[in-house]
Design a protein around this ligand. Structure first.
Ligand code: SF4
Length: 240
């Protein structure tokens, strides 16, 4: 049985994208292969303990020694289950760094899995394709070297209730976003596109102006049938 380091497990509401507002159990994996300037999650260290919420929505945590087995996690999930539960979010860090663990987890839990990914690891996306039910895939425009990987990942996960998200900063150029929209259309990927104004954090001190983001959405609408502007709602609500 595989064991893995997990950063935290808790129950909350999805705060991003087209499934905003659904109840989920979040499993946060620790490591990431990128280093986005707006990242609000430490993703360089392997935590000695996993922070586990004691009751759904309580925001009280206990520490459980890492690494955890899928069996440990399925027990925790049972304790955090609510009647309104929609799915289990696999988040990070980057969950696609853990394909073996995700595949095994699927054998232990009978709840839909919702993958949040930076979409840069198509080979691993292929490995877990049959395990996930929903996919929120970022395109990281600050990492153009991974752009082709992202398109490949999207093609692999296209049939998994996929939507694409781009975090928009004050300096994000319209031509960059418009090119993504055009490329999605050209690759037969007319999936919902979410433009998410950055939430100021760390080095990022400002969010983009309203006019700017409205214009970006308008430009994307030339190519895609479902373009939406959705900020991080969990941050507005003050939940985890
Ligand atoms: S991909 Fe996500 S977890 Fe990784 S550095 Fe960027 S924002 Fe953070």
């Amino acid at each position: 049985m595989q064991k893995e380091h997990i950063r935290e497990i808790f129950s909350s509401t999805q705060g991003e994208g087209i499934y905003t507002g659904v109840r989920q159990i979040f499993i946060r994996f620790p490591l990431c292969n990128l280093n986005c300037i707006y990242c609000d999650t430490p993703s360089r260290d392997l935590p000695g303990y996993c922070n586990v919420e004691t009751k759904p929505g309580s925001e009280n945590f206990k520490k459980i020694k890492n690494p955890l087995s899928d069996e440990n996690i399925s027990e925790i999930i049972l304790n955090l289950k609510t009647y309104d539960l929609h799915s289990i979010t696999l988040t990070g860090g980057e969950p696609l760094l853990y394909p073996g663990f995700i595949k095994e987890l699927k054998n232990f839990v009978d709840i839909p899995l919702y993958l949040e990914t930076n979409s840069t690891l198509p080979k691993n996306a292929k490995k877990i394709k049959t395990c996930v039910d929903f996919v929120a895939a970022d395109i990281k425009i600050d990492y153009p070297e991974f752009y082709e990987n992202s398109i490949e990942t999207l093609k692999i996960l296209k049939d998994k209730n996929l939507f694409v998200k781009i975090v928009v900063l004050p300096g994000t150029e319209s031509k960059t976003i418009e090119k993504v929209a055009k490329d999605l259309k050209n690759h037969d990927l007319d999936v919902p596109l979410i433009l998410q104004p950055v939430t100021p954090h760390g080095e990022v001190k400002e969010k983009p102006g309203v006019k700017k983001i409205l214009n970006l959405a308008d430009a994307c609408g030339k190519y895609l049938s479902d373009v939406r502007i959705v900020p991080q709602v969990h941050k507005l609500m003050g939940v985890l």
